[in-house]
Design a protein around this ligand. Structure first.
Ligand code: NAD
Length: 450
């Protein structure tokens, strides 16, 4: 690890990653590599998580290709040194901001979108002129293998290199004095990464998870709500950081909503062959152990061998149930009810700040009230998930759900230091700021600086 890290540092110090032409060339090479490996990537995602080709393309390969295009198109604009205004008393001075790469960075990925969640930060790291070590999750092993083959074949190991392995590998990597660590994963491991990074004062982006509340108020269009919630929870079988974790439904519409939700789930997910599988036995055991069979009102069909768990709805759940004590990260939807928005606000405010929040309502003032009063990373009114797919919006958590944002230009920013500097003319050198400070000078300064 140390030798690889030193090699990347030396590569960065040679300045090869700085010119726009080399960043553009690297992004082009990455795009070509992804096109060459597209089928292998999609096959690997099928093998690891049983992702359909539709999901594999829209949420992984296509998502990344779109980001690459955008980074390539805007690179010149993003890299530009920009002039800023200068207070007039600085006299004969111009001010600038120059985007500068951070250096050698580490990208650590989780298992659920194993391709997208390392490639997306890598695009920003390359565009911003860094060298990068990439550590994908070890659990989707077929995808891990393709990512390693693809990137290590495409790039010099001093520039971009994939290291594979489990937590011991990650632990030796995070001990190194990287210039930035970009981590996507659980809050538990996020703490370990943050602690190790602090030893070297390494800045971090932590893209973590949590329990995303999904509120359905009595003025919601129930059919649309059911469809959009079913879509967001079904995606990758609930193994999505911004999936609706639990439903918080107004008591007056709960029965009707559950009836429509069940119909929708029947309609959407009767093709079990294409439904994603839980990543491994440990997570399968963990998720199924959260299900209280007495509270199941839909689904709970299982096949332990293939790690299949159908969409499952639990009713009459309270915040004291085990399913409400941790992020579910699987196709289980607990339903809780409320009577008033006051109750929603006070209850949710006591819980850790979530990565996302979804509100279904036709009353604008209700949505606004919840969005004004509740903290969350990002969210949607009358939708789930889609805010993540808009590169013009920064994506990231707050509090327990993470530190920092990325996507689009924000990914470039995550791997950039904005150097600020001034340039002063030497044609004139008024002595006003220089000692000795006469009363006359002070009087003048006091007049100008206010
Ligand atoms: P995880 O935290 O278990 O693992 C993430 C990475 O950390 C893996 O590469 C793993 O090898 C490494 N790791 C695991 N244990 C470690 C340890 N003790 N020391 C050092 N490294 C270790 O996360 P996961 O299970 O792969 O992913 C699920 C979590 O990630 C969920 O909480 C989910 O919400 C979150 N997530 C967040 C986002 C986001 O964008 N905010 C996206 C996807 C997933």
């Amino acid at each position: 690890m140390q030798a690889l890290f030193d090699k990347q540092k030396a590569y960065f110090d040679r300045g090869t990653t700085i010119p726009r032409s080399s960043r553009a060339d690297a992004l082009d090479r990455l795009e070509r590599a992804i096109l060459d490996y597209q089928d292998e990537i999609e096959d690997a995602l099928k093998e690891d998580l049983n992702k359909s080709s539709f999901e594999a393309y829209t949420t992984e390969v296509g998502f990344v290709r779109h980001s690459l295009r955008k980074a390539r198109r805007h690179l010149k604009k993003w890299m530009k040194t920009r002039r800023r205004r200068t207070p007039f008393f600085h006299l004969f001075t111009r001010s600038y901001i120059k985007p500068d790469p951070l250096g050698t960075v580490l990208i650590i990925g989780p298992y659920n979108y194993p391709f997208q969640l390392v490639m997306e930060p890598l695009i920003g790291a390359i565009a911003a002129g860094n060298t990068a070590i990439v550590k994908p999750s070890e659990f989707p092993s077929a995808t891990e293998t393709v990512i390693k083959k693809m990137l290590n074949e495409t790039f010099d190991d001093g520039f971009v290199h994939v290291v594979t392995g489990g937590k011991e590998t990650t632990q030796s990597l995070i001990a190194l004095p990287f210039d930035h660590i970009f981590f996507t994963g659980s809050p538990r491991v996020g703490r370990i990464v943050y602690q190790a990074a602090s030893e070297n004062l390494t800045p971090v982006t932590l893209e973590l998870g949590g329990k995303t509340p999904t509120i359905v108020d009595e003025h919601a269009k129930l059919k649309v709500a059911a469809r959009r919630i079913a879509f967001g929870k079904g995606l990758n079988a609930g193994q999505t950081c911004i999936a609706p974790d639990f439903l918080y439904v107004h008591e007056n519409v709960k029965d009707e909503f559950l009836r429509i939700l069940k119909e929708t789930l029947d309609e959407f997910f009767n093709d079990t062959d294409d439904f994603p599988r839980i990543i491994n036995d440990r997570h399968y055991e963990r998720i199924t152990s959260l299900i209280d069979e007495d509270k199941v009102v839909y689904g709970n069909h299982r096949n332990a061998e293939s790690r299949y768990l159908s969409m499952t709805v639990m009713d009459n759940v309270s915040f004291e149930d085990p399913v409400m004590k941790e992020e579910i990260f699987g196709p289980v939807l607990p339903v809780l009810t409320f009577f008033s928005l006051d109750e929603v606000v006070s209850t949710l405010k006591e819980r850790p700040k979530p990565l996302a929040l979804y509100v279904f309502t036709e009353r604008r003032q209700n949505a606004q009230r919840l969005f004004d009063q509740l903290p969350f990373g990002g969210g949607a009114i009358n939708d789930t998930i889609t805010h993540v797919a808009n590169p013009h919006l920064p994506f990231g958590g707050v509090g327990e759900s993470g530190i920092g944002v990325y996507h689009g230009k924000y990914t470039f920013d995550a791997f950039t230091h904005y150097k600020s500097f001034v340039k002063k003319s030497t044609k004139a050198d008024p002595p006003v700021a220089y000692p000795p400070y006469s009363q006359k000078k002070e009087k003048l300064v006091r007049r100008l600086m206010k």
